[in-house]
Write a protein that binds this ligand. Sequence first.
Ligand SMILES: NC(=O)c1ccc[n+]([C@@H]2O[C@H](COP(=O)([O-])OP(=O)(O)OC[C@H]3O[C@@H](n4cnc5c(N)ncnc54)[C@H](OP(=O)(O)O)[C@@H]3O)[C@@H](O)[C@H]2O)c1
Length: 315
Amino acid sequence: MKAAIINQFGSPKAFQIKDIEKPSYEKNQLLVKVKTVSINPIDWKQRKGNHKLILGSPFPIVLGYDICGIVEEVGEEIKQFKKGDSVFGVLDNKYGGALAEYAVGHEKCFAHKPGKINNEQAAAFPMVALTSLQALRDKANLQSGQTVLINGASGGVGHIAVQIAKLLGAKVIAVASTQSKEFVSQFNPDMYIDYKKQDVLKINQKVDVFFDVVGNSSFLKTKHLLNSGGVYVNTLPRPKILLHKLIQLFTKGKKVKTLLMKHNSEDIKLIAKWITEEKLDIKIDKTFSLEQISQAHEYAQQGHSKGKNIVVIGN
Ligand SMILES: NC(=O)c1ccc[n+]([C@@H]2O[C@H](COP(=O)([O-])OP(=O)(O)OC[C@H]3O[C@@H](n4cnc5c(N)ncnc54)[C@H](OP(=O)(O)O)[C@@H]3O)[C@@H](O)[C@H]2O)c1
């Protein structure tokens, strides 16, 4: 099968398009014929080698986690899917394996693709929607009527987090650049802060949740903005997290949390249900072919995408 592989960590130029063996699947896995893949920051971080101490260097590596495709084969223990089903989800292999004609993942990674969206949108949703849901609902325990600030509201995670926060009944303060104001306004945040014009740490407003999607702030820097019992949640483990956990003991119940997305069948099904009910919308920034994977990574890693970037593999 055709795949975008890397044989060394490095720049976007590290990609090569090669013929490699189709992956084999186990009794609790699906083999999926890939139609579309979306790019997440974890993909270009792993391409650079940022996770090699934990995941090793099993070259050739096929990167990519978010996919939409058609079930080609199912393992004997698979209950919810059959050959020919249209699915979307986040792969759970080391380094993913999505940027190829075929990919494998366990049953909990997938849900049936909602009919209302196209293949590009379906590949765009899974990781950012699961991250937003689990950060706001599970880590921050965001309640109806509370106020959440979303730092980085125009990116893949951010623009979905704005919508999920509103679905949970929260008031939303969205933070992004001047260039992103019109884009983010589509999702009706209650307030917009342009970080190029205003220092978000100096706003005259308290929040119950500070969702630091970009990860350029910290519990220490934001705790004065949190109401009593408020939560600072980010998506990147920080070296000073233990110190910050200690400091939280002296902050009237304020908390610091880090979200690492988990594969969860019920959560991906909930995302599919919200999409079907037209409660969630996703925006595609740019679309690339597999042969353009180097350009796709180059663009995505600049960190100013408006929504998601897609690689189309099959049709
Ligand atoms: N832990 C997990 O499980 C998990 C899961 C998913 C993602 N993540 C992490 O979450 C982060 C965001 O992911 P993403 O997919 O949303 O990335 P993305 O699509 O590249 O979006 C980044 C966004 O950040 C905004 N931004 C850049 N500088 C900013 C600043 N100084 N203040 C406020 N906003 C700023 C940009 O908006 P402007 O263009 O308007 O500047 C851009 O839209 C990444 O680090 C990723 O690795 C973690």
